[in-house]
Design a protein around this ligand. Structure first.
Ligand code: IMP
Ligand code: MG
Length: 195
C-alpha cells in the first residue's frame, strides 16, 4: 500500500496560486457569459467582412482563445508583441517583441488587448496599425480602468470596467505569473514582486 498517498492531503494544482489571491473580482462564469456576448456583438459588426484579429501578446492568450471560439466569422489571426512593464507593476519603456506578419491593407482589423490602463500601449499599437492602411480598425479589451487613462484612446468593445486596482488572472500577469488563474482577481499585497 502506498502510505504517503493515503496520509498526505492532496493539493489542488491551483492551491499555491489561489492562496496568493486576496479576492476574486470577476469569477469564471461571469467572464464566460460576457465573452460570449462580446463575440455576438463583434459578429454583428463584422458580418460579411474579411476580419483580421490582431492580438497583443502575452496578456490576451486566454481571453483570445475563448473569444475566437465564439466567433463563426471567417477570420485570420496575427500577434503583435509589446512589452510595457519590466517585470513589475510599474510602467516602463515600450518595446516591440514580435512584429505583425499579415498584410492589413484594406482589411477590417479587430485589435484585442487584455486591459486598457493608461492607454499608452494601445495608442502605440494603433498608430503602427493605421500606417498599414487597414479599411477599419476596432478595439476590444477584456478590462478597462477608466480612472488611469493618460492618453486619448477608446475601446469599442469592453468586457468589464474595473476600479483602479492591479489585477491578475485570465491571462493577466504580474512578472509573468498568475496568467493561468481562471478568474480575474486581486493579489494579497505581500505577493507582489518588490520593485
Ligand atoms: P497601458 O499601456 O498603461 O494601457 O497598459 C496596458 C498593459 O499594462 C496591459 O496590456 C497589461 O499588460 C498591463 N497592465 C495594466 N494594468 C494591469 C493590471 O491590473 N494587471 C495586469 N497587467 C496590467
Ligand atoms: Mg502584463
Amino acid at each position: 500500500m502506498n502510505r504517503t498517498a493515503a496520509t498526505t492531503p492532496r493539493r489542488s494544482p491551483h492551491a499555491g496560486r489561489n492562496a496568493d489571491v486576496e479576492r476574486v473580482l470577476i469569477p469564471e462564469d461571469r467572464i464566460a457569459r460576457r465573452v460570449a456576448r462580446l463575440a455576438r456583438q463583434i459578429e454583428r459588426d463584422f458580418a460579411g467582412r474579411d476580419l483580421v484579429i490582431v492580438a497583443l501578446l502575452n496578456g490576451t492568450v486566454v481571453f483570445l482563445a475563448d473569444l475566437i471560439r465564439h466567433l463563426s466569422l471567417p477570420l485570420r489571426l496575427d500577434f503583435i508583441g509589446v512589452s510595457t512593464y519590466g517585470g513589475s507593476t510599474r510602467s516602463g519603456a515600450l518595446t516591440i517583441t514580435k512584429k505583425l506578419r499579415l498584410n492589413l491593407r484594406g482589411r477590417d482589423v479587430l485589435v484585442v488587448d487584455d486591459i486598457l490602463d493608461s492607454g499608452r500601449t494601445l495608442r502605440h499599437v494603433l498608430a503602427r496599425i493605421r500606417k498599414l492602411r487597414p479599411r477599419r480598425v476596432r478595439v476590444c479589451v477584456l478590462l478597462e480602468k477608466k480612472a488611469r487613462r493618460k492618453v486619448r484612446v477608446r475601446a469599442d468593445y469592453v468586457g468589464f470596467r474595473i476600479p483602479d486596482t492591479f489585477v491578475v488572472g485570465y491571462g493577466l500577469d504580474v512578472a509573468e505569473r498568475y496568467r493561468n488563474l481562471p478568474f480575474v482577481g486581486v493579489l494579497r499585497s505581500d505577493c507582489y514582486p518588490r520593485a
